[in-house]
Design a protein. Structure first.
Lengths: 240, 105
């Protein structure tokens, strides 16, 4: 993109979004993929986008694992499905005849409030029943591991690297989805940690499903606006 | 703008009580829907079902719509419009969210 600070460019900015903005604003999570594999050079390019992400102290606290074997992806999915089935049995009080679980689940929710937020809570039974596939049938999976010795907040840096990769993938016409549930296998299962060599200083951060989308899932949609405090000229205004 | 009470921090809402958990709502224009079921496949919460070749939203509490908009974006005929985002109470009360708007220039 050509950079100029003239009036002309700011006029066109007011008229339409830049190409980068369009990718950011129209990116939707993709949960239906074609079976067709993603070409290797594209995955390498996506990894390059992650490699050039900003990080605290330029520590680059990440390691990427690319999974492209359908059997491997399938058996990882099975591990997560089995864990979800177990958890559902322990916590899901919404089933008929299980309301007695409610006080215990609420207590656990207070302790694990990020893991048992209503959204993952409702996803656990869906995964357990096989209604929600872990990586949605994507042919390529990138697992993002964080280096726990990283500067300041390695999780955040991995998030930045991941978002770079996701946006690069969408600019190529691919679809992606962030999948945090993989932690049930890649953080909690000794078997899988051993098999994929996940050990100190690395720890599971998140994972990305990548593939060719079915249909045309990208597009701009309405979203909640957030209140923003704006300090200028000695006063505060709240915009939304 | 919402405020977060002191006791709210300790009370976990009951997930199957529609009074405490209001999930997202999308509206489907039955006239435009062609029953392609792309939306039902895109929905991470399994909140949409195809009945008689038309998409339909499940009733609360089975639908757990996160208001992600994947259904509205994937719909080829533009039959899905997004109505209201999820609103939780107590510990998970959503605060500082104002209205709903598409990307603004």
């Amino acid at each position: 993109m050509k950079r100029n600070n003239g009036i002309e460019s700011s006029d066109s900015l007011k008229r339409e979004f830049t190409e980068t903005e369009k990718v950011i604003l129209s990116r939707r999570s993709v949960r239906q993929y074609k079976k067709e594999q993603v070409p290797e050079f594209m995955v390498r390019r996506i990894l390059e986008a992650g490699r050039f992400a900003p990080s605290a102290g330029n520590y680059q606290p990440w390691k990427f694992i690319v999974l492209r074997d359908p059997e491997l992806i399938k058996s990882l999915t099975e591990t997560v499905t089995a864990s979800c089935r177990m958890f559902r049995g322990m916590i899901d009080y919404r089933r008929k005849g299980y309301s007695w679980l409610r006080p215990m689940t609420k207590f656990m929710t207070r302790l694990m409030y990020r893991d048992l937020h209503p959204m993952p809570f409702t996803a656990i039974p869906l995964i357990a029943d096989g209604k929600l596939d872990l990586w949605h049938g994507a042919p390529t999976v990138i697992v993002i591991l964080k280096d726990v010795r990283g500067v300041s907040s390695p999780d955040l840096d991995c998030g930045i690297a991941g978002q770079n990769m996701v946006l690069a993938a969408h600019s190529m016409g691919l679809g992606t989805c962030w999948v945090g549930f993989a932690k049930l296998a890649l953080e909690k299962s000794m078997k899988w940690k051993k098999r994929l060599g996940i050990s100190y200083p690395y720890k599971f951060a998140s994972s990305l499903a990548i593939g060719w989308p079915r249909g045309n899932p990208d597009g701009m949609i309405p979203r909640q606006t957030h209140a923003v405090d704006w300090y200028e000229n000695g006063t505060l205004k709240i915009i939304s | 703008m919402g405020r977060f009470g002191f006791f709210d921090r300790f009370r976990i809402p009951t997930y199957d009580d529609p009074e405490q958990m209001q999930f997202g709502i999308v509206e489907i224009d039955v006239g435009k829907c062609n029953g392609c079921s792309l939306c039902a496949g895109a929905c991470p919460a399994d909140a949409l079902v195809i009945v008689d070749k038309k998409a339909r939203m499940k009733n609360a509490p089975e639908n757990a719509c996160a208001f992600c908009g994947d259904c509205a974006a994937i719909c080829q005929t533009g039959a899905i419009s997004m109505k209201s985002p999820y609103r939780f109470t107590k510990f998970y009360k959503t605060i500082n969210r104002v209205g709903v708007s598409p990307p603004r220039l």
